[in-house]
Design a protein around this ligand. Structure first.
Ligand SMILES: NC(=O)c1ccc[n+]([C@@H]2O[C@H](COP(=O)([O-])OP(=O)(O)OC[C@H]3O[C@@H](n4cnc5c(N)ncnc54)[C@H](O)[C@@H]3O)[C@@H](O)[C@H]2O)c1
Length: 382
């Protein structure tokens, strides 16, 4: 079987995780990497022994050997670059969020409609944690009854001090939102994916708790805590805290909050789902555990075990019980689901990865959340 030649664009923080994941998939040949910072791309290409190294998307687009392009650039480039990739007929694996705003997302959906031969996915990677898939299976089979209440949070601390800075705080680069678009988006995607509910109304309170930050004069790596030697004072426009109440199309009520100002948290991303018969709780920092809550029998702590897990969970787990799987494994699982879909070739089948439509819906929800906070009222998503 001919291997699928992959090119990855954007060699920053997340680009490296894409390299690691693609290299673990047997169908794939990681053929090229690219970054406008050519030195950085060259460093990665040399380190990982990657054949081709480029400094622009055009070089990947013009190379007939490239079958798939991963877009790992900052948010403001997603629409423009994703559009070029889809129009070139190469398959697209894009980082989230799909675009800076819903207008752009709709534009991409239109372009994709004209290219049904292109498989396009957006990286909502937490979907493919084995116990997240297990939760989806349990809920679908009615094991917890009707979903009534959903709660969760996504907490990090990499913006805790005013010396912490990221392009995610700048609307021109990030879009209209920082923490909702960046991390709240993962939570909303996961909740909709596992419950099968659609969020249809939101009421939000967003805040910029550190309104002025020290922006480094030179570029810094995302998520580093180094204090810049030279900086300028910069007024921050995007939020660093968000609390969201929501309602779903099937009558459930939900609440979550997201922030990068929570000391001690690297990736504290958890959800609890309360149904009419039982509850489920999962947190990605204890990825191998799922709490199942009952009223009339003992609660259980399920430990991931490929021998016992549901078929949905089985599809994305490999290691035996007691050998912890983690963030990188689920990340690879999500990318694998995309390549497996391409190899199987039935493009009418419903994929397990997030489609462009689903990712556009998350952008739409993000916009509604920002609007709700500004207007201080519920916003319906029709
Ligand atoms: N799925 C996840 O869990 C996850 C985690 C982190 C980041 N992300 C997403 O990944 C994207 C990148 O985030 P990051 O943290 O890696 O950012 P980053 O700033 O660390 O890296 C971005 C890279 O893109 C390069 N770049 C900029 N413009 C380019 C262009 N025109 N062509 C080629 N390369 C270009 C930069 O030089 C940089 O190396 C964002 O959209 C972010 O939301 C997703």
């Amino acid at each position: 079987m001919k291997k699928i030649n992959v090119g990855i664009l954007g060699m920053g923080y997340i680009g490296e995780s894409h390299i690691e994941a693609v290299r673990r998939i047997g169908y794939c040949n990681l053929y090229a990497v690219a970054d406008t910072n050519f030195e950085l791309a060259k460093k990665k290409a040399d380190f990982y022994g990657i054949e081709k190294c480029c400094s622009s998307i055009e070089e990947l687009l013009n190379d007939p050997k490239v079958d798939v392009i991963h877009n790992c650039t900052p948010n403001f480039l997603h629409t423009e670059i994703n559009k070029k990739i889809i129009e070139s007929g190469k398959h697209l694996f894009s980082e989230k969020p799909l675009s800076k705003n819903y207008e752009e997302a709709k534009e991409l959906l239109e372009v994709h409609k004209k290219h049904p031969e292109v498989v396009a996915a957006v990286n909502f990677n937490y979907r493919m944690n084995p116990l997240v898939q297990d939760m989806r299976g349990r809920i679908e089979r009615g094991a917890i009854g009707d979903v009534r209440i959903i709660s969760g949070n996504y907490l990090q601390d990499w913006l805790l001090y005013d010396t912490d800075y990221s392009w995610r705080l700048e609307p021109e680069v990030s879009g209209i939102s920082c923490c909702i678009a960046d991390i709240g988006s993962h939570l909303m995607d996961l909740v909709q994916h596992v419950t099968g509910h659609k969020i249809t109304e939101v009421m939000a309170d967003l805040a910029t708790m550190i309104p002025v930050r020290k922006k480094p004069v030179s570029q810094t790596q995302t998520f580093t805590s180094a204090v810049p030697a030279e900086y300028e004072e910069k007024k921050v426009e995007n939020e660093d805290y968000g609390a969201v109440l929501f309602k779903t199309d099937k009558g459930a009520r939900g609440v979550y909050h997201a922030s990068e100002l929570c000391a001690g948290h690297g990736c504290y991303f958890g959800v609890e789902i309360n149904g009419s018969k039982a509850s489920l709780r999962w947190n990605q920092e204890e990825n191998d555990r799922l709490w199942v809550g009952h009223r009339d029998e003992d609660n259980r702590l399920v430990v991931r075990n490929p021998n016992n897990i549901s078929p949905e969970g089985r599809s994305c787990t490999a290691l035996a019980m007691g050998h912890p799987e983690g963030w990188n494994d689920a990340f690879k699982g999500n990318i694998y689901s995309f390549y497996d879909y391409i190899v199987k070739g039935d493009f009418n089948a419903k994929p397990v990865f997030a489609t462009l439509e689903e990712a556009a819906n998350i952008v739409r929800l993000t916009e509604a959340i920002v609007k709700s906070s500004e207007k201080r009222r519920w916003i319906e998503i029709k």
